[in-house]
Design a protein around this ligand. Structure first.
Ligand SMILES: Nc1ncnc2c1ncn2[C@@H]1O[C@H](COP(=O)(O)OP(=O)(O)OP(=O)(O)O)[C@@H](O)[C@H]1O
Length: 702
């Protein structure tokens, strides 16, 4: 009988659905590799730097609380030590020669001191908890704030660098967490080190032989604790790839964004099967880890038992040989137990601090790199409404990419020009839009607004004067109203004219009208009452935001890719209005694949593999018969083939000497009314397309 896919009884192992059997270990996981491979000495050597970072941060946050925390920890450790030494006096008094009542009476002051030390220790523990409770959230918040402020201020291009993104993720998430845990570990280390020192001191005072023996017994426990921690790191490393795959499968098996295709492709059971397969192998690893940890712990305990036995033998020998009085034996046993616990705690704290030191290292590196990636402060500002935007020999390569996205681009855009960028996918249109608005700096060449080189200008002064309608607009998790007004925070709009203009021309008014709480509807499914929009509706919101921004330079990157024909016509009317309404004419750069929409643009720039290969008006480029002409013809033909009215027989006859059908002249190619104003299916005339009375069209259609 054939089993259904993915049941827990499956014995066959199908090929991984995600297609990646061994996920590459993420860079941050390499930290654990170093922890797993490090020796104890290495860990101890790394401590001062990590402790210094944490203490410095704590000091900056609150000097009095830091001092107080240090003080209560040291005093608490000293009280513990004092209590231990005081216990020796109790035993001495109790085990002296003489009648028992006398000995009890004699030991009362020592008992009072021990009791007092315990009471003091309890009070100090409460003080430690209170001070730490006040300090830790402050330090964590300060660490978080420092790193968030640093990352928020870096230039946009930094986010294109995968290494920086990874560093930001580790530094912000793991680094801050490591600082928080380190603060606790430093406290643990202080107390356990003082306890250990007190136990050793007590043992040393009782008999110099006792101290090293005591260490021997405690070291085995400490070794086991450190070894189990390393086994955990190793396990984590061995399973990190599978865990990543498991979480990816879990996501695609449960996430809403994948639900439609998951169901339509009936992938639920195969995904469940893959999930269970990975889970089973992880469970096997977990069980193996548990066995190995258990073995290590048992070995550690056996060794500790052996060490303790040796310690007791030494103690017995000391008592037997008269090297130590019987009265002190009780204190010695207490010191041995205290030392064992303190040493285990010390080793655990050292190990943990060592691990944290890597993440704190990332945190520090992130702060340093973020500052390096922030634009340097400058008094030079860009003109608010540049007379011209000039690119001279601009080349740009995305971080981590081998070949440039733009090569040696030189061009000038005059104030008020409507420029269209066209070209095949990946030719560099979006990238060019980002460079001429100063969002990305060129690697070579210069971008100037009038005579100001944007590389030396304050970026905020440039960005204040640009509006970017992105290909995939940000879906701000805010109300619909704020999704638009965030375009220009604080813009004065007393009579709501700017608002009306933005929503009317973008078609966002229809979107808002359809929402349950109109413009007050929150657009995010993360909130209970939140609402989501369709791709086209989000695009309308993005366009409204761009229009509301009212900047002197507008870049619209495929603004209507997801819009229906009616909405597209409305948006182009809006963009044309936007291009003329800003103190005269607004410089507008329009990226689009729908060539029929840009026929009346002042200039069309054609990009190919990052190079500017053609520029001119629609008519000039069509006459030139180059790439633009070819792209335009492909789009026009697609429509013509479906709807073209058959030409008269005479026109279909091949010209003498030509095999098959005679090629048509350029003006004939665009002569069909089908082509005018549309790319692909018929669309209402775009306002950026040639008007019906355009001489070229009239000539062609006549
Ligand atoms: N963030 C990025 N990191 C690395 N390379 C990128 C990045 N964005 C784009 N590229 C690369 O840069 C080149 C130009 O991309 P760009 O997005 O500017 O092209 P485009 O002409 O706008 O394409 P499309 O028409 O598909 O939107 C492409 O080769 C692309 O793969």
């Amino acid at each position: 009988m054939r089993r259904s896919a993915g049941t827990p009884q499956d014995t066959t192992e199908p090929a991984p659905l995600i297609g990646v059997e061994n996920v590459k270990m993420p860079e941050w996981a390499r930290v654990d590799e170093r922890v797993a491979d490090a020796g104890f000495g290495q860990a101890v050597r790394a401590l001062p730097a990590a402790i210094a970072v944490v203490l410095r941060l704590a000091w900056r946050t609150s000097p009095p609380l830091t001092l107080l925390a240090g003080l209560v920890h040291v005093v608490s450790g000293c009280v513990t030590a004092f209590g231990l030494l005081a216990t020796a006096n109790v035993f001495t008094a109790l085990l002296e020669r003489g009648p028992t009542p006398d000995r009890v009476l004699q030991s009362l002051p020592a008992i009072a001191v021990v009791t007092g030390s315990y009471a003091a220790r309890a009070l100090l523990d409460a003080a430690v908890a209170a001070v730490e409770g006040a300090l830790r959230p402050r330090v964590t918040a300060a660490a978080d704030d420092a790193v968030t402020a640093a990352v928020v201020r870096v230039g946009l291009i930094a986010f294109e660098d995968a290494d920086f993104r990874e560093l930001a993720r580790q530094g912000a998430r793991f680094g801050v967490r490591a600082i928080e845990t380190s603060l606790r570990r430093v406290a643990d280390l202080t107390s356990s080190a003082i306890s250990l020192a007190a136990a050793m001191l007590t043992a040393g005072l009782l008999n110099p032989w006792l101290a090293p023996v005591l260490l021997l017994a405690a070291a085995a426990d400490g070794w086991a604790a450190a070894r189990v921690a390393k086994l955990n790191y190793r396990h984590f490393l061995d399973t990190v790839g599978r865990n990543i795959r498991k979480s990816v499968v879990e996501e695609v098996a449960t996430w809403r964004s994948m639900a439609l295709e998951r169901h339509a492709l009936t992938l639920q059971e195969p995904l469940l099967g893959e999930y269970r397969r990975i889970s089973r192998s992880l469970v096997r690893e977990e069980v193996r880890l548990a066995h190995r940890s258990n073995l290590v712990r048992t070995t550690g305990r056996a060794a500790a038992g052996f060490g303790t036995a040796v310690a007791y033998l030494v103690l017995g020998w000391l008592l037997y040989s008269g090297g130590m009085e019987l009265a002190l034996a009780g204190t010695a046993v207490l010191a041995m137990r205290t030392a064992s616990t303190a040493l285990s705690n010390t080793m655990r704290a050292v190990n943990s601090l060592y691990e944290d030191s890597f993440y704190i290292g990332f945190y520090n590196q992130l702060l340093v790199e973020s500052v390096q990636r922030q634009p340097p402060p400058t008094a030079l500002t860009a003109p608010a409404d540049p007379g011209e935007i000039r690119l001279e020999g601009v080349t740009f390569t995305y971080p981590g990419r081998g070949s440039p996205a733009l090569r040696d681009i030189s061009l000038t855009i005059k104030r008020g020009e409507v420029v269209a960028l066209v070209g095949e996918n990946g030719s560099g249109k979006t990238t060019l839009g980002k460079l001429l608005t100063g969002l990305y700096p060129p690697d070579e060449g210069v971008v100037r607004w009038d005579d100001v080189d944007l590389a030396h200008a304050d970026p905020a002064s440039v960005h204040a004067n640009i509006a970017v309608i992105a290909q995939e607009p940000a879906e701000w998790p805010m109300t619909a109203a704020n999704n638009i007004t965030v375009g220009r925070l604080g813009r004065a709009d007393p009579d709501s004219r700017a608002w009306r203009e933005a929503v009317d021309y973008s078609g966002a008014d229809e979107v808002i009208e359809s929402l349950p709480a109109k413009e007050n509807t929150v657009l995010s499914k993360k909130f209970d009452e939140g609402h989501d929009l369709s791709g086209g509706q989000w695009q309308r919101m993005g366009i409204a935001r761009g229009i509301y921004r009212d900047a002197s330079v507008l870049v619209a990157d495929e603004p209507t890719a997801a819009l229906d024909a009616r909405a597209e016509a409305r948006v182009f009317a809006g963009l044309q209005h936007a291009s003329t309404s800003h103190h005269g004419r607004r410089t507008t750069v329009l990226v689009t694949h729908r060539l029929a929409n840009i026929r009346s643009a002042d200039r069309i720039l054609v990009l190919e593999k990052g190079r500017l290969i053609e520029q001119g008006t629609h008519d000039e480029l069509i006459s030139a018969g180059g790439t633009y002409h070819e792209l335009y013809e492909i789009q026009a033909r697609a429509y013509r083939n479906g709807t073209e009215v058959p030409a008269p027989r005479a026109a279909q006859r091949p010209a003498p000497g030509t095999p098959g059908r005679a090629p048509r002249r350029p003006e004939q190619r665009e002569a069909s009314p089908d082509v005018r104003g549309c790319a692909g299916p018929r669309r209402p005339n775009s306002p950026f397309a040639k008007p019906a009375g355009d001489p070229t069209l009239s000539a062609a259609t006549s």
